[in-house]
Design a protein around this ligand. Structure first.
Ligand SMILES: Cc1cc2nc3c(=O)[nH]c(=O)nc-3n(C[C@H](O)[C@H](O)[C@H](O)COP(=O)(O)O)c2cc1C
Length: 175
C-alpha cells in the first residue's frame, strides 16, 4: 500500500510565525555571487556589498537589488535613481568587507580602495570587476525590511574572466 507523505511542517511552508533565524540559516546555505552596488549624483556617492541581486528580464535588460531600509546607501540610491552593480572577483574580497561596513572606512571613504571609473550613469564602476551593470532605477517598492529596487541596464562592461567571489555558509569562497 502506498504511504501518504506526511504534510510538511509549518517551518517548511512559510506559515505565519516562521522563525527568521531558520530563514537566515536556510539562506546561508545558498551560494551567491558577491557584488558592490554603487550610486552617485545629487544625493551623493555611496556603495554597499550585496548578494541579493537577481536578473529580471533581458527585454528590457533589467535586474533587481534588495537593500535594507536601514542601509545608509539606500537613500542615496533611491534619490540618485542610478546605480552600478559590480560583480567581484576573488581578488577583491577586501572590497567586499569594506563595502559591508566591516572596516573603519565608511561613506565616501569606502571608495579610497579599489580602482573606480564611470560608465553611462555616473555611478562608480569598479575597473577590476568581473562585470559591471550600469542601471537606471525603473521601479522600487518596500517589502517589510527591504527596498526591492529594479534597474534597467543601460551599459555593461565585461572585465577579465577571473575566478568569482562567492558567499556561502557565512564565508567567502573562490569559484
Ligand atoms: C556577503 C555580504 C552580502 C550582503 N548582502 C546584502 C544585501 O544583499 N542587501 C543588503 O541590504 N545588505 C547586504 N549586506 C550588508 C551590507 O553590505 C551592509 O549592511 C553595509 O554596511 C550597508 O552599508 P550602508 O549602511 O553604508 O549603506 C551584505 C553583507 C555581506 C558581508
Amino acid at each position: 500500500m502506498l504511504k501518504t507523505p506526511a504534510p510538511p511542517s509549518s517551518a517548511a511552508t512559510g506559515a505565519p510565525g516562521l522563525d527568521s533565524v531558520l530563514f537566515r540559516e536556510g539562506m546561508s546555505r545558498v551560494a551567491a555571487a558577491v557584488h558592490v552596488v554603487t550610486t552617485d549624483g545629487s544625493a551623493g556617492i555611496a556603495g554597499f556589498t550585496a548578494t541579493a541581486v537577481t536578473p529580471v528580464t533581458d527585454d528590457p535588460a533589467s535586474l533587481l537589488v534588495c537593500v535594507n531600509t536601514a542601509a545608509r546607501s539606500a537613500q542615496a540610491l533611491l534619490a540618485n535613481r542610478v546605480f552600478c552593480v559590480n560583480t567581484l572577483t576573488a581578488d577583491d574580497q577586501d572590497l567586499a568587507n569594506i563595502f559591508a561596513g566591516r572596516t573603519e572606512l565608511h561613506g565616501p571613504d569606502r571608495f579610497s580602495k579599489g580602482k573606480w571609473d564611470k560608465l553611462a550613469t555616473g555611478a562608480p564602476a569598479l575597473t577590476t570587476s568581473l562585470v559591471s551593470f550600469d542601471c537606471r532605477l525603473s521601479d522600487a517598492r518596500v517589502v517589510a525590511t527591504h527596498h526591492v529596487i529594479i534597474g534597467e541596464i543601460v551599459n555593461i562592461r565585461l572585465g577579465e574572466p577571473k575566478p568569482a567571489l562567492v558567499y556561502q555558509g557565512r564565508l567567502y569562497h573562490e569559484l
